[in-house]
Design a protein around this ligand. Structure first.
Ligand code: THU
Length: 136
């Protein structure tokens, strides 16, 4: 798929902007929207550690800020022997916008793993629960 190659290139480029002085672990991500737009993000760390935001969430929030909430897929890239996997917090955030989006994980050597998000986060809590929750 040509889009996957475009997305991986965008994620790889975003990775070069990572602000990761504490972990030294640079991650890049890029999301594809239904209209074909690409939004990218890198991880942004903080001296308080806990305020660090992963590349995947930065990319997803960039898409939302750009007016696109329909996310079709995401690519993430890191320099690891095996392709990186998105953390649980990012899986939850991405699931808000499309539990069926595809996820391509790649290392710098081009080794890839592909998933559908609901494989990585089965039985997810989602926006539908708003309608079914009991108000006190
Ligand atoms: N990180 C990401 O950006 N994405 C992931 O999927 C896993 C972890 C970042 C957060 C932190 O800056 C660094 O990698 C080490 O955990």
């Amino acid at each position: 798929m040509a889009e996957v190659a475009r997305l991986l290139a965008a994620a790889k480029k975003a990775r070069t902007q990572a602000y990761a002085p504490y972990s030294q672990f640079a991650v890049g991500a890029a999301v594809l929207t239904k209209s074909g737009e690409i939004f990218s993000g890198c991880n942004v760390e903080n001296s308080s550690y806990g305020l660090t935001v992963c590349a995947e969430r930065v990319a997803a929030f960039a898409a939302v800020t750009g007016g696109s909430r329909e996310l079709v897929g995401i690519a993430l890239v890191a320099d690891m022997p095996a392709p990186p996997l998105p953390c649980g917090a990012c899986r939850q955030v991405l699931s808000e916008f499309n539990p069926q989006m595809w996820v391509v994980c790649a290392n710098l050597q081009g080794k890839q793993r592909r998933f559908r998000l609901d494989e990585l986060l089965p039985e997810a809590f989602g926006p539908d629960f708003r309608e079914t929750r009991k108000e006190k």
